[in-house]
Design a protein around this ligand. Structure first.
Ligand SMILES: Nc1ncnc2c1ncn2[C@@H]1O[C@H](COP(=O)(O)OP(=O)(O)O)[C@@H](O)[C@H]1O
Ligand SMILES: [Mg+2]
Length: 229
């Protein structure tokens, strides 16, 4: 398994005494795409933050690529994220003053790729997401769907082992959302990357290999029909 949650619980100080996550178990394998569904506020983003090592559980264990995340100090956790993870959060996390190519180049530069090797790799990935020729475009010149493709290119350019995607198709129309998702899956699979995807959309979730439902009692297999598919 590339990512395992064993009995993970998490609450925030100041929130209601109930836990946000309680007894969460999860196993994600390479090349597998798992969608986490659940109502707003149930803890989907919290779960992704824990998987990223951005936050720590109150109880339970999270193992990524053979490392118990609790044993990593902040520097080691940052390195794991930078080298081995890709993030697709909201499109506005694309930096507004950098071109499409510069945004996509960031993970490579942070990982110490030689400057001379960066443009070739960036062009390749931008072409793969259908943005060939748009290298110099600024985010304000791109549509929502194009921005989301920049975000996907940036998440995958350094060939991460794990892609964490939080509502990756949030504000897109249905057809664009499905195209973006298919692209994310295809590119992730090419690299053998696991994808953990949080969404409230049954249509988006249906494109995953497995769908789980997060409730205050934990993560359970999603039963289609209970709310429609
Ligand atoms: N940093 C935080 N501090 C305090 N409460 C938080 C924090 N982040 C999230 N919460 C609360 O935890 C619950 C779960 O939030 P979140 O993980 O964002 O849910 P989801 O992504 O499923 O909508 C919500 O009630 C939210 O208000
Ligand atoms: Mg959320």
């Amino acid at each position: 398994m590339m990512l395992t949650f064993a009995n993970v619980s998490k609450h925030y100080d100041g929130t209601a005494p109930r836990n946000v996550l309680r007894g969460v178990n999860l196993e994600l394998g390479p090349s597998e795409c798992v969608a986490i569904m659940g109502e707003s506020g149930v803890g989907k983003s919290t779960l992704l933050n824990l998987a990223a090592g951005l936050d720590r559980p109150d109880a339970g264990q999270i193992v990524f690529d053979g490392h118990d995340l609790a044993t990593l100090d902040d520097d080691a956790a940052t390195l794991q994220r930078r080298r081995k993870m890709g993030f697709v959060f909201q499109a506005f996390h694309v930096l507004p003053n950098l071109s499409a190519a510069q945004n996509v180049a960031l993970p490579l530069l942070l990982n110490g790729m030689l400057m001379k090797d960066v443009p070739v790799r960036v062009s390749l990935v931008l072409r793969a997401v259908g943005l060939g020729g748009r290298e110099h475009a600024l985010p304000r010149e791109l549509s929502g769907g194009e921005l989301q493709r920049v975000a996907i290119a940036r998440a995958l350019v350094h060939e991460p082992h794990l892609v964490l995607a939080d509502e990756p198709t949030g504000n897109l129309d249905h057809d664009t959302a499905m195209r973006i998702l298919a692209l994310l899956r295809e590119l992730a699979q090419k690299n053998g990357a696991g994808v953990l995807l949080a969404t409230h959309s049954t249509a988006v979730a249906a494109a995953a290999d497995r769908v789980l439902r997060l409730t205050p009692e934990g993560l359970e297999p999603y039963a289609p029909g209970a709310g429609g598919a």
